[in-house]
Ligand binder design. Structure first.
Ligand code: GLN
Length: 484
């Protein structure tokens, strides 16, 4: 089997340009790799083989196009992005048989940039979860240890990148769903600023928090993917017109030019010892190179998990009201009236975590509770915003762990959703704030599992965030890929 799947995006692009191999050869190599490892990893919900090979053939026929920044590069997209010619399930039975009649803006932009979409990746149902175990189609496995979770909700995307099923991926991040799986699988993941990338054609979870973003093996590759999909879109008025910046070749930052803030709330004493050990070593490598690390406090973060789980579930309960058995996907026949049709379809189609969230979200929005929960949470979100904003004036970026645990064994917390919600503390405050965040591998733990670290940036500061990420990447040991 050709080993072309091992290349990162930047390397593959050079090879394609020089004519060392064709788009068809590269796509075939990624598809062959996918087929070889997929029975173990289960990262994909749909493989778009025919479509991908036809597109690669058309590209080869037309010849290399230097103006297409992703020309001939095979990638995957999370199954929350609508794409014509393939089902979109968002990991839910509720969307069984749903074929979108239009495409997400980001999917169109990927294609326009010359990328070849080879598969749609697995995720927690409607992107609600941190492990992919809530996918209605079964969990994805962590490529480093197939008995463990890959993180979530974009666990399929992260596992696919690390396993070599495509050279890059697009996921979505509402409370950490790009950054946490990237950390647990050992690749790079970027959540852009809210309003950087169009959400048009993306199955919605929490509309004030959701943001698509790239995952890849290097920081540079994430920048290249971001550049191709970011920017204003007439179909999504929340996308900002603030100039993008140079994401492909950001102006480099020397270690001595970086001051990173370490919030005490995000560096708790009870980090898992393997995680703490890797991160302590990673921090000392930064300090040796001249990066300045400063401690600071973000007191309002103690409310962040509660705030997020009120706001995100409230938004989810309204967003998911559209799955009524009439307009999309599943429809349970035989109902005597409309109410029964709604109830039966939703009972059949929605899994336990999604139901829990709809119940919670409906509760916090109901009359009498709205003021006490939803309104209060919206106010506290402002406090969290102000706290993070202030912290980012005292330093260039914040540095935090991605998760207090490395990838845990499948099934560990299925009966304990609250513990998993609590673990989202490391990622979700950034979504409440709206700024960009970048996860990259800090090292491998004693148990040979990746440990990620995360940079938090100011809104619309992705260019500098990518530059800082590249600096850290050059100082930390490369994780490589697991043997599968
Ligand atoms: N784990 C978080 C949740 O379940 C984040 C999910 C996400 O970012 N989509 O809400």
């Amino acid at each position: 089997m050709s080993e072309l799947w091992r290349l990162n995006l930047a390397e593959a692009l050079i090879g394609l340009k020089k004519g060392d191999f064709t788009a068809q050869e590269l796509t075939q190599a990624s598809l062959d790799r996918l087929k070889a490892v997929e029975p173990k990893v289960k990262a994909c919900l749909a493989v778009l083989e025919e479509m991908a090979l036809a597109q690669a053939q058309a590209l080869d026929k037309a010849g290399f196009d230097a103006t297409a920044p992703l020309w001939g590069l095979p990638v995957t997209v999370k199954d929350v992005f609508c794409l014509k010619g393939a089902p979109t399930t968002a990991g839910s039975k509720e969307l069984k048989g749903f074929h979108s009649v239009f495409e997400a803006t980001v999917v169109q932009r990927l294609r326009k940039a010359g990328a070849i979409i080879i598969a749609k990746t697995n995720c927690d149902e409607f992107a609600m979860g941190s492990s992919t175990e809530f996918s209605a189609f079964g969990p994805t496995k962590n490529p480093w240890d197939l008995t463990r979770i890959p993180g979530g909700s974009s666990g399929g995307a992260a596992a696919a990148v690390v396993a070599g099923e495509g050279l890059g991926a697009l996921g979505t991040d509402t409370g950490g769903s790009i950054r946490q799986p990237a950390g647990l699988c050992g690749c790079v993941g970027l959540k852009p600023t809210y309003g950087r990338i169009s959400r048009y054609g993306v199955v919605a979870y929490g509309s004030s928090l959701d943001q698509p973003g790239p995952l890849a093996m290097t920081v540079k590759d994430c920048g290249r993917l971001l550049a191709a999909v970011a920017g204003p879109d007439e179909y999504d008025s929340t996308v900002s017109k603030i100039p993008l910046g140079d994401f492909v070749n950001p102006k480099p930052l020397k270690p001595t030019e970086l001051t990173l803030g370490l919030p005490t709330e995000l560096w708790p004493n009870d980090l898992q010892p393997e995680v703490a050990k890797v991160l302590t070593e990673a921090k000392s490598l930064l300090e040796k190179a001249g990066v300045k690390l400063v401690k600071l406090d973000l007191p309002s973060l103690k409310y962040a998990v509660a705030t997020y789980y009120i706001l995100a579930t409230a938004e989810a309960s309204t967003n998911l009201a559209r799955y009524d058995g009439v307009r999309y996907g599943l429809r349970q026949e035989g109902a005597v009236d409309l109410d029964e049709l709604y109830a039966k379809t939703r009972e059949l189609g929605l899994g336990p975590e999604v139901r829990r969230r709809i119940l919670l979200g409906t509760f916090v929005l109901s009359s009498g509770y709205y003021e006490a929960y939803y309104k209060k949470a919206a106010q506290i979100r402002r406090l969290i915003f102000a706290d993070i904003q202030k912290a980012l004036t005292a330093c260039d970026f914040l540095l935090s762990p991605v998760s207090s645990l490395s990838a845990w064994p499948l099934g560990s917390f299925l009966d304990d959703p609250l513990t998993v919600y609590q673990m989202d503390l490391m990622t979700l405050p950034l979504n409440l704030y709206g700024g960009p965040g970048l996860t990259l591998g800090a090292g491998l733990g004693a148990d040979n599992l990746p440990v990620g670290a995360q940079l938090w940036g100011r809104p619309f500061d992705e260019e500098r965030l990518l530059a800082a990420g590249a600096t850290l990447e050059s100082l930390w040991p490369p994780l490589g890929r697991p043997t599968l």
